[in-house]
Design a protein around this ligand. Structure first.
Ligand code: BDP
Length: 699
């Protein structure tokens, strides 16, 4: 077991009673047609069933007992045995799985209004078997709550990956388009199995070369592999491409030649890739060119691209991750300040993609104040699967609780219960286009993600993009059963580790609302003392603001007043030092070292308590994991064991470095009974992380 199969493992069911039930209920399959998508579904279903049931499944044209009938609602037989009510609930991409008796034959129907819906249904059915559900009387209808369920790869043309920790890019540009790596199809299968239907192939710090004919042909070859699986390809577009590859003197979006260049480029792209999705754009952020380079606005830039794509049904996903060099205002506030004024000014094929939090994918962030602040513009959620700030692919951190915390947060846009998820799924603002994206954590490593548990984050993202009402625990449960085992005790143990892991990481890295105190640039390991970056807001000291009085960033009215960007009721959750959830305390308040926390401890003691509890809890994770020996395969057991050893050492490194550093401000002793760090602060400051992968250009 090397992890290559991800959660699509179809080994013989090891529970005799369940196996018997499945064998009794399933004997053959029948597909209503053989289009590419239904052929892909058939291949998956046959492989899956034959593996899981360890029995030959035949293909038939007759409806017999134990037949699985797969197709779309337009098929007359399916139409006649499944109520149209179910199909209206399934919508465009959803599926219906029903046990029906027709002509005295008991059959299972898996169907959608579209073929992709039927494909999703087959994956969902296999999931039922992999997780040992009772299938004797099925009545399931499921439809995605969000339309665009997207992975953003930050992959470079030279196959390095910005912030990638699982090897090189899986896109082999050199061998494409003629050589189609088996991985491309397995990647598509994995995505389709959880409903992901869009991928942006290249880094948002884009290379214009991707838009040249040579590369478009390669992109087209990937798009072909993905098409049967319902996945559309998008490209990150470099705003200055008209200059770089088009020979123009400007990329000014109001220049007629530039507009024309993009129109022609869009036309050309669609000749190669008829189902091309559109462009993802990072503009005027971190040195990237954009409309502001020509004194134009984000709306001018996005709308120009949108006009070029519109005739083909393409869309523009314009990122709101902007903060400028010149602007010295709290970085927290900059995206809101730049985008809010343009609410309602974008074409209807433009979506604005907003990171979950206002700074940058921290272990914990409050929700981004743009959610709920742009009612006339569809906003796409951007999460990050690759663990840039969460220990790369060495730390076990299950991210579903982080995603849920953001999705469940209340923006109070239209009164109580105006959650971020309702903004994203379009229900509160009535948007037609909706989307959720995540920065991929996928690379050429044999297990795809570099850490066996990082696969769970890819999985959880897809499941939540399909249905954000699922809980982190439900998703973990499914994933563990598919990926490791169905033995209840082992499932529970693994689930406990996963569900606790994010909070444990917050505790040993950035407790109580600390943020961005990682190593400069590579973001690995602690460096709260760092203060030498060329921009103030790249320095940890900018974020924690520790001094002799206290610690934390005052974002109330006495400070940067970033809180004013939230709706009044949402603001209330954070603005009073005494009632602010302590998880977010230092995000919004500069708090005295002696301040009495809810626990009764001083802030200083509480900070120490959290750091020590975090590091100790990694030991607990190790003990829990060690108890699983023999319950899962040795290969993955040992891998995770080694990775947890690294995580444990590094949690102690984080704890010691941060506690010693902050102590130089608090000048208070460690609480009684706490083990003194093994080395002094100078030692931790001198530690250089030997090699940090992941930033383009440093390879
Ligand atoms: C930050 C990364 C940087 C990305 C940037 C982005 O450090 O490498 O280019 O986000 O999202 O998290 O554009």
């Amino acid at each position: 077991e090397n992890g290559y199969e991800l959660w699509l493992r179809y080994y013989k069911i090891d529970d005799a009673a369940i196996l018997q039930q499945y064998r009794n209920n399933i004997s053959s399959i029948q597909f209503t047609s053989s289009t590419p998508t239904l052929l892909a579904a058939k291949e998956e279903l046959l492989n899956g069933l034959q593996g899981l049931l360890d029995k030959k499944i035949t293909e038939q044209n007759l409806i017999t007992n134990g037949c699985i009938l797969v197709g779309t609602s337009s098929d007359p037989v399916i139409h006649s045995i499944i109520s149209s009510n179910f199909f209206s609930k399934a919508g465009k991409e959803g599926y219906v799985i029903q046990t029906v008796t027709t002509n005295q034959k008991k059959v299972i129907v898996i169907a959608g209004n579209t073929e992709v819906g039927a494909l999703y249904g087959c994956f969902a059915f296999l999931r039922l078997l992999q997780t040992h559900q009772n299938i004797q009387n099925l009545s399931i209808v499921s439809a995605p709550r969000i339309q665009l369920r997207m992975l953003d790869h930050w992959d470079n043309v030279n196959r390095t990956i910005e912030r990638g920790y699982a090897g090189m890019s899986i896109w082999n540009w050199h061998k494409l388009p003629d050589y189609i790596d088996k991985r491309y199809k397995d990647y598509a299968r994995a995505n389709a199995s959880i409903g992901i239907n869009a991928v942006a192939l290249n880094n948002v710090n884009a290379n214009a070369i991707m838009l040249t004919k040579d590369y478009l042909i390669k992109v087209a070859a990937l798009a072909e592999v993905f098409r049967p699986y319902g996945i559309k390809v998008y490209l990150s577009a470099k705003f200055s491409a008209p200059v770089e590859i088009g020979g123009l003197k400007t990329a000014d979006p109001l220049d007629a030649q530039v507009q024309n260049w993009w129109k022609q480029k869009a036309d050309e792209i669609y000749t190669y890739i008829p189902n091309f999705g559109g462009f993802l754009v990072k503009a005027n952020s971190e040195e990237q060119p954009g409309p502001q380079t020509y004194n134009r606005t984000h709306a001018d830039g996005a709308n120009m691209l949108a006009d070029a794509l519109a005739p083909h049904g393409g869309i523009v996903i314009w990122r709101a991750f902007v903060y400028s060099n010149e602007n010295t205002d709290d970085r927290f506030k900059q995206a809101y300040n730049e985008f809010k004024p343009f609410d309602g000014k974008f074409r209807n094929n433009v979506l604005i993609q907003v990171k979950n939090g206002p700074i940058d994918f921290q272990p914990r962030e409050p929700f981004h104040p743009l959610f709920g602040a742009m009612p006339h513009t569809p906003l796409v959620m951007e999460f990050q699967l690759t663990q840039e700030y969460l220990g790369f692919s060495t730390h076990l951190v299950y991210l579903a609780p982080l995603f849920k915390e953001c999705l469940d947060a209340d923006t109070y846009e239209q009164g109580k219960n105006s959650t971020v998820s309702k903004v994203i799924d379009g229900s509160s603002e009535d948007h037609k286009l909706t989307g959720m994206a995540a920065v991929a954590n996928i690379g050429s490593d044999i297990d795809w993600t570099g850490h066996p548990f990082a696969q769970a984050n890819w999985y959880a993202f897809g499941r939540l993009a399909w249905d954000h009402e699922l809980s982190a625990a439900q998703i973990a449960d499914e994933w563990i059963r598919q990926t490791f085992t169905n033995i209840q005790h082992a499932v529970d143990t693994i689930k406990n580790i996963m569900l606790a892991s994010r909070e444990i990481t917050v505790d040993y890295m950035t407790p109580l609302g600390l943020h961005h105190i990682m190593g400069y640039s590579h973001h690995y390991g602690p460096a709260p003392w760092y203060n030498a970056a060329q921009r103030a807001d790249w320095n940890p000291v900018y974020y924690h603001k520790a001094d002799s009085l206290g610690i934390g960033f005052d974002r109330t009215a006495t400070g940067s007043n970033a809180l004013a960007q939230y709706a009044p009721e949402a603001r209330k959750q954070f603005q009073d030092l005494h009632t602010c959830d302590e998880k977010y305390l230092l995000w919004f308040h500069h708090v005295e070292w002696n301040y009495k926390m809810h626990s009764g401890r001083s802030l200083w003691d509480e900070l120490c308590y959290k750091y020590y509890a975090g590091a100790d809890s990694v030991k607990w994770m190790q003990q829990q994991w060690n108890s699983l020996k023999g319950f899962i395969d040795d290969e993955r057991f040992e891998q995770v064991q080694m990775l947890l050893t690294i995580q444990q050492k590094e949690a102690v490194w984080w704890r010691n470095a941060c506690v010693l550093y902050f102590q130089t401000f608090s000048r208070m002793p460690l609480p009684k009974g706490f083990e003194q760090p093994a080395k002094n602060l100078e030692y931790y400051e001198s530690l250089q992380f030997p090699y940090a992968p992941g930033i383009s250009g440093n390879q």
